[in-house]
Design a protein around this ligand. Structure first.
Ligand SMILES: NC(=O)c1ccc[n+]([C@@H]2O[C@H](COP(=O)([O-])OP(=O)(O)OC[C@H]3O[C@@H](n4cnc5c(N)ncnc54)[C@H](OP(=O)(O)O)[C@@H]3O)[C@@H](O)[C@H]2O)c1
Length: 167
């Protein structure tokens, strides 16, 4: 098992994603309600040492169109940021509209500047709980981009409280 004390990063998005993961490892689930994969999770001070090194081993994504669902935060944001850093030609952010989605696009555009990437970064509104919204997103992509090389179906929640639906 990875040593949590060796995780090292100042990045709040890495912290958020990794903290959720390590919450699971270090806490007794019988004593604490785990909100894994849910934005309400409270980040804890855990740092990542391994991801930056791993990221450097990844090949260039030049010429590729990469679509990521749910990249306002967590692992989706990290995938989008990595695609930008690796110079993907198009990085399409499939997010439901919110301040978080706007902020993520803004941060990724800053990342583009600082990493001298040439990526085209575009948010395509897409709420996965609304099939019409998903269809619109697919049509928007199809009308503008010739190929999708990578579709990262990241969005989702997990380990929610088990609630019985009565309606
Ligand atoms: N973290 C882990 O340790 C772990 C382990 C195994 C699997 N996973 C899976 O990995 C994925 C990402 O996990 P995470 O921890 O990074 O989650 P997270 O930080 O909670 O991020 C979830 C992302 O999904 C988006 N999303 C949720 N519902 C959506 C919808 N209806 N339409 C569009 N986007 C939606 C959220 O967007 P908003 O900002 O709009 O809410 C957010 O960007 C999830 O599918 C999770 O189940 C995570």
């Amino acid at each position: 098992m990875m040593d949590a004390s060796k995780i090292h990063s100042e990045d709040p998005h890495v912290l958020h994603a990794s903290s959720i993961f390590f919450n699971k490892l270090v806490e007794d689930p019988r004593k604490q309600k785990i909100t894994m994969g849910v934005s309400s999770s409270v980040p804890i001070e855990i740092k990542t040492l391994y991801f930056p090194e791993f990221e450097q081993t990844l090949p260039s994504l030049e010429g590729k169109t990469v679509c990521i669902t749910g990249c306002t935060t967590g692992t989706g944001f990290i995938v989008a940021r990595t695609a930008v850093r690796k110079g993907a030609s198009n990085v399409l952010l499939l997010n439901r509209s919110s301040d978080r989605a706007e902020k993520a696009e803004q941060l990724l555009k800053q990342e583009k500047e600082s990493s001298l990437s040439k990526s085209n970064i575009e948010t395509i509104p897409c709420d996965l709980q609304d099939l019409e919204s998903v269809k619109k997103a697919a049509l928007a992509i199809k009308s503008k981009y010739e190929f999708v090389d990578v579709l990262c179906n990241n969005a989702g929640v997990m380990a929610l409280e088990d609630v019985v639906c009565s309606t």
